[in-house]
Design a protein around this ligand. Structure first.
Ligand code: APR
Length: 247
């Protein structure tokens, strides 16, 4: 069901005249690739799993195998998924824009598979695995049904290279995201509930720097009231329409 959304001509002009466009994406842009979001009550990932039991350092310390297996399961789901029309539209927008940065909270690498090049992964990427002791990335590991693979150098458990609750984001990623928010003329906020900081602060930074802020989401969020334009629809429908409106 496609919701009624209208692309205001002032938004089209703002995008056409933009020297710098930034997109901030959340789990919602992968929904049409068949990957569940986190907080959508019906089928969200958190509906079936308790994040405190899976995506925190203490959960990993308590039960590393359960956490490792959950991410292995999610890696399999992602491998089966394909980028959708929303991912592809953002990659096409990047090719049209004078300058374009895609800041994502997602950890699945679907933007890169869709052709996006300038991607800032705020919360890491589950395809990457690192030593849980010193964070060294590890290219290969022995998959083992019975126990969590260990770092070949120090023997500590391996873990996914993602940012868990209670963990700090990588400073370089956060700095790049904040710079992209402050320099852009238009910020497209796509498929995020805008509840998790510091990502949720980026639209404020963009607006404070004079950017036009656009929300693309079938549902209202904490950001909706402050957005200059709200395109109430699915990313896979709205973003291609937004791209076409520029022709
Ligand atoms: N197109 C666009 N948006 C959609 C679609 C769609 N087809 N389907 C759902 N959405 C919207 C939902 O309305 C919701 O606002 O996507 C948003 C998903 O919100 P969350 O599930 O909270 O995901 P996200 O905002 O990315 O969560 C932020 O929190 O759980 C942590 O680290 C995790 O990166 C994640 C962060």
């Amino acid at each position: 069901m496609s919701l009624p959304f209208r692309i205001d001509p002032t938004l089209v002009n703002a995008l056409r005249g933009a020297n710098f466009v930034t997109a901030l994406t959340g789990a919602g842009i992968s929904a049409e690739s068949g990957i569940a979001t986190f907080r959508d009550a019906s089928e969200g990932l958190w509906a079936r799993f308790d994040p405190r039991e899976l995506a925190t350092p203490s959960a990993f310390a308590r039960n590393p195998k359960r956490v490792w297996d959950w991410y292995a399961w999610r890696r399999e789901r992602v491998a089966e998924a394909q980028p959708n029309a929303g991912h592809l539209a953002l990659a096409a927008l990047e090719r049209r824009a004078r300058e374009f940065v895609l800041v994502t909270q997602n950890v699945y690498g679907l933007h890169q598979r869709a052709g996006s090049r300038n991607v800032v992964e705020l919360h890491g990427n589950i395809a990457r695995v690192k030593c849980s002791r010193d964070g060294t990335l590890v290219e290969r590991w022995e998959a083992n049904e019975d126990e969590v693979p260990r770092c070949p150098d120090c023997g500590a458990f391996l873990r996914p290279d993602v940012v868990w609750f209670d963990e700090m984001l990588a400073e370089d990623a956060l700095a790049a995201a904040d710079k992209a928010a402050r320099r852009c003329d238009v910020l497209l906020v796509v498929g995020t509930s805008a509840e998790v900081y510091p990502a949720a602060a980026l639209p404020d930074s963009a607006r404070a720097s004079g950017a036009v802020v656009v929300e693309v989401n079938p549902n209202a969020t904490a950001l909706s009231a402050a957005a200059d334009h709200v395109l109430r629809g699915a990313a896979g429908v709205v973003l291609p329409a937004l791209l076409s409106s520029l022709d």
